[in-house]
Design a binder for this molecule. Structure first.
Ligand SMILES: Cc1cc2nc3c(=O)[nH]c(=O)nc-3n(C[C@H](O)[C@H](O)[C@H](O)COP(=O)(O)O)c2cc1C
Length: 312
């Protein structure tokens, strides 16, 4: 796919390859790895606007930035325009130029709280959220889905509303809430939304290879692509897409994450946190199953390195 920079408010990115937000995964270390491999724009995992207001310590942990991050948005979720605007204005968000609002999360707990993808069913409230957040002076972007139900696709109308309300970029996950993470990706919805708005549109959903990214752009005309699960199973896809010569292997990626995290977190905690990342890259590796079991018993990063060295 063709590389180009994105203009997101006052921010200009190096390219149009985006690391999508993933709760529990896209922390500062993982984003640092994505940047090293050539990602042009990254998004933190979703952060509760209320958690920020109540100065929740775990919430603030999610706001740490790595040294090499120059183009990272913080993603907020919530439903009260006022709370979200105040979150945008809080000192905690000072390091972030761009705030992404989550309007796509399908998880029942979030949806039934009226947050995430539920906001697609309340478009006026969704617009109010964006226009309030814009008042904070931050650049506001929105991530949403093709719709909530398969028989009621509404990305085009929603995209226009987000633009009208002042959003500077939208990311569209081509699946509906009903489709969760495995339903069909509605390329036509992304394509029509792209035609309907002037702001940059990032296409997301089911991109696991260079060819998938090329097809996504061909089918939608989107300005860039966002990778989620493929970033976990094959972070080197960032390097392939961005034509970055990182010289790294998948194993090096895991070592990079461990070494970075060790600078601020006790070794045993890092070892435990690494389990879910190692599981992802061991898929399809000969001896991977046994290695996974051993990694689940490992209590040090040295031990994890030893296990990875034995199979990769
Ligand atoms: C483990 C996991 C956590 C996620 N967390 C978030 C999140 O915090 N915010 C968000 O907007 N989307 C979140 N998503 C959705 C992804 O950003 C993305 O839209 C979705 O996985 C489709 O892209 P993919 O097919 O490339 O995985 C999450 C997805 C996964 C698999």
């Amino acid at each position: 796919m063709k590389l180009k920079s994105l203009n997101i408010g006052r921010l200009t990115t190096n390219n149009n390859i985006v690391l999508a937000p993933m709760a529990g995964y896209t922390d500062d270390a993982f984003r640092s790895l994505a940047v090293k491999l050539g990602a042009g724009f990254c998004v933190t995992e979703m952060v509760s606007a209320k958690g920020l207001a109540y100065k929740n310590e775990n919430t603030r942990e999610l706001l740490k930035l790595a040294d090499n991050e120059k183009a990272t948005a913080v993603q907020l979720f919530g439903r009260e325009p006022d709370f979200l605007r105040r979150a945008c204005e809080s000192v905690d968000l000072e390091p972030f130029e761009v705030v992404d609002i989550n309007m796509g999360c399908p998880v029942t707990k979030i949806y039934s709280n009226g947050e995430g993808s539920r906001l697609m069913e309340e478009p006026e409230l969704a617009q109010k959220i964006v226009s309030e957040c814009v008042k904070s002076g931050k650049t506001i972007t929105v991530k949403f889905r093709a719709g909530v139900y398969e028989n009621e696709l509404l990305a085009v109308d929603f995209a226009k509303r987000m633009e009208d309300a002042g959003a500077s970029l939208i990311t569209i996950h081509g699946r509906t809430r009903e489709g969760m993470y495995s339903g069909p990706v509605h390329y036509d919805q992304i394509a029509k939304a792209k035609e309907a708005v002037k702001i940059p549109v990032i296409a997301n959903g089911g991109i696991f290879s260079v060819e998938d990214a090329r097809l996504m752009i061909e089918r939608t005309g989107a300005d860039g692509v966002a990778l989620a699960r493929s970033a976990l199973s094959n972070p080197l896809l960032f390097a392939e897409l961005s034509k970055t010569d990182s010289g790294m292997t998948l194993k090096d990626c895991m070592f990079y994450l461990m070494d970075l995290r060790k600078a601020s977190v006790p070794d045993e905690v890092v070892a435990h946190a690494m389990r879910k990342f190692c599981v992802q890259i061991l898929k399809g590796v000969r001896g991977g199953k046994e290695a996974k079991l051993k990694i689940f018993e490992a209590n040090s990063t040295d031990r994890i390195k030893e296990i990875l060295n034995s199979v990769m």
